[in-house]
Ligand binder design. Structure first.
Ligand code: V47
Length: 364
């Protein structure tokens, strides 16, 4: 059996050589936090030169009515239940119009919601077509793999054809949600109705083959171990080797308020730091590691800039409820000037980007 040695793994990481799962696991178990941070920081600055990306975006959440029963979800409601919503296409156009009035330089609509029982592909095609027509300049990043599989099922359209229709109508890229954790035993327990990890990967591969970028996420900090997280990262790394079309990886920390897993509580900041840093080190083929500030809080997102993170998502403009319903701060919103000042305070270079990471403005 190959005996692992911490010094040689650290040397290998600093030489920017790819680590095996066992080496990465050994590293997280046998190294101090500052040392782990220095490796992650080194790899990040070679790739991203101390630049920290953000964009001007809003989230549009079409509905929180959902057929799935994910135990970690604080957001889902049944049809007709108090607190449920289902926006029409014209409601969503109004949300988009207001956002553009508030910030004419907005570059992205991020659309994700519940898996509605009766809204099929046709409804979502109408929505994308309407947004595309009214806002041809805005990038549409929309729908998780889960949502796309289900909307095709409702309208009995085959997945390949349905995804192509979405792209032809104006879908520019896909967000990374719904990946949760790929390990089948845990996935069956926390999101029993969702597509499997292999199916999630298949939908993203299909999107990549059709020429659109996607993101990837991982829900961590519940029943998962560091080995489970690394297995998840390894599956993403393998797909990225094939396609190269993942734009960003976003670790999502399990938030424990108001859901069926609240009793688990939340992991501490050391676990967060280790997870973000090892993501930077292990995912040698995904350039952007994003700390999504509405979920983590801005202070922690900024701290993680020193542990491999180079992206903090966007201005959001008060438009997402997924995380406030699970215990994060309500009504998240940041002016771009605030984000710029905070990034600079951390001795990093703020860069406004578009959704495919073209640099729009460097605030040096
Ligand atoms: O898939 C739901 C997660 C995801 C909780 O691609 C929870 O740029 C923690 O994927 N605690 C949706 N996480 C959000 C998402 C996302 C967010 C920001 C940027 C991007 C991107 C993608 O939220 C779900 C699920 O994994 N989630 N409930 C919770 N209680």
């Amino acid at each position: 059996m190959h005996i692992l040695n911490i010094d040689s793994i650290v040397d290998k990481a600093f030489r920017h050589e790819r680590l095996s799962l066992e080496e990465a696991l050994f590293l997280t178990e046998n190294i101090s936090i500052p040392k782990l941070g220095s490796i992650a920081n080194d790899l990040n600055s070679v790739k991203n030169h101390d630049k920290v990306f953000f964009n001007r975006n809003i989230h549009i959440e079409p509905t929180n009515i959902c057929v799935n029963h994910c135990l970690f979800c604080s957001y889902r409601r049944r049809k007709g239940e108090e607190g449920s919503w289902e926006y029409s296409v014209s409601d969503m156009l109004k949300i988009a119009e207001k956002a553009i009035q508030d910030d004419p330089k907005l570059t992205e609509f991020h659309l994700v919601g519940g898996v509605h029982p009766d809204r099929g592909l046709a409804f979502y095609l109408q929505l994308i077509a309407a947004l595309r027509k009214s806002f041809p300049q805005v990038h549409i990043k929309a729908f998780t793999a889960e949502e796309i599989v289900q909307m095709c099922k409702v309208d009995e359209v085959d997945l390949n054809n349905g995804l192509q229709q979405l792209i032809d109508t104006g879908l520019d890229s896909m967000p990374g949600g719904g990946a949760e954790i790929f390990k089948p035993e845990i996935r069956r327990k926390i999101c029993p109705d969702k597509i499997s990890g292999d199916e999630w990967l298949h939908v993203h591969q299909l999107a990549h083959e059709k020429g659109i970028y996607t993101n990837a996420t991982m829900l961590y900090g519940h029943y998962d171990t560091m080995r489970d997280r690394l297995e998840h990262l390894e599956a993403l790394r393998t797909l990225q080797d094939k396609t190269g079309m993942f734009n960003a990886f976003i670790p999502l920390k399990f938030k424990a308020a108001n859901n069926k897993m609240s009793h688990l509580g939340e992991v501490d900041i050391i676990e967060d730091i280790k997870t973000y840093a090892i993501s930077r080190i292990f995912l040698d083929n995904i350039s952007n590691i994003k700390a999504y500030w509405p979920m983590l809080g801005i202070d922690q997102a900024l701290l993680l800039l020193h542990f491999g993170v180079n992206d903090v998502d966007g201005t959001i403009a008060d438009t997402t409820k997924i995380y406030s319903m699970a215990g994060s701060k309500k009504n998240p919103s940041m002016h771009s000037e605030q984000l710029v000042a905070l990034i600079k305070k951390n001795n990093k270079i703020p860069v406004e980007r578009n959704s495919v990471y073209d640099e729009l403005k460097i605030y040096s």
